[in-house]
Ligand binder design. Structure first.
Ligand SMILES: [Mg+2]
Length: 215
């Protein structure tokens, strides 16, 4: 078993720790379809391709002293399509590409393997609190790093990413909309009608200018 799994079986890995414990906002990022191009259960490092603008936005968040936290549902682990080693190798490849592209750095990675159709009973869960749209991964991140959830942003390519951020008390959600996911856009617009602060943008580059003023 991986040393990065916590007592509940969630991948929970701090890569960098800020120098001080002063609370600061986090940019919570979905991974597949947000940082890297969605190909469906990505688990081979060589198949990872960055979404344009992702590395620059993460680098801007780094410079503004925001924490960058990847929160990814990895139902493929639960379903037995691949294991944690493949997840880790793919994740390390994505981090290397982000660093090469713009010097961008991820501070923490969380991954939830639970899935309703997992063949292995230990990973089978109807509705795990850490699986987005639920906020468990964000709360775990805030327990490990000095994160001000109320000033944090969540970004992802599905409305469930934004729902997790809303449930954790993040001040806004950004739906990165490649144009292929009309249903996700509709669901995100419904969240906005319920009063949640939602932005829709083609990719993460829409966030880059905002970090210039952030402190
Ligand atoms: Mg996604």
């Amino acid at each position: 078993m991986s040393p990065h799994l916590d007592s509940e079986g969630i991948w929970r890995e701090v890569l960098r720790r800020p120098a001080t414990a002063k609370p600061r906002p986090a940019l919570f990022l979905d991974r597949d379809g947000t940082i890297n191009v969605e190909i469906g259960y990505l688990h081979e490092p060589a198949k990872a391709v960055l979404v344009p603008g992702a590395a620059a936005a993460i680098a801007a968040a780094n410079r503004a002293d925001w924490l960058v936290v990847v929160i990814t549902n990895q139902g493929g682990v639960g379903r037995g399509y691949y294991g944690w080693e493949a997840f880790r190798d793919t994740q390390r490849r994505i981090e290397a590409m982000l660093a090469d592209d713009a010097g961008a750095k991820v501070d923490m990675v969380l991954a939830c393997p639970f899935h309703p159709e997992a063949p292995e009973p230990a990973l089978r869960h109807k509705d795990h609190y850490a699986r987005k749209p639920h906020p468990g991964m964000l709360f775990k991140a805030a327990a490990d790093l000095p994160i001000d959830l109320a000033r944090s942003i969540v970004a992802g390519d599905r409305a469930s990413d934004l729902m997790a951020g809303r449930a954790a008390g993040c001040e806004q959600g950004v739906l990165v909309d490649s144009g292929f996911q009309a249903a996700e856009r509709k669901a995100a617009e419904a969240l906005a009608r319920e009063g949640y602060r939602v932005r829709v943008a083609p990719d993460l580059s829409a966030l880059t200018p905002g970090f210039g003023a952030a402190k």
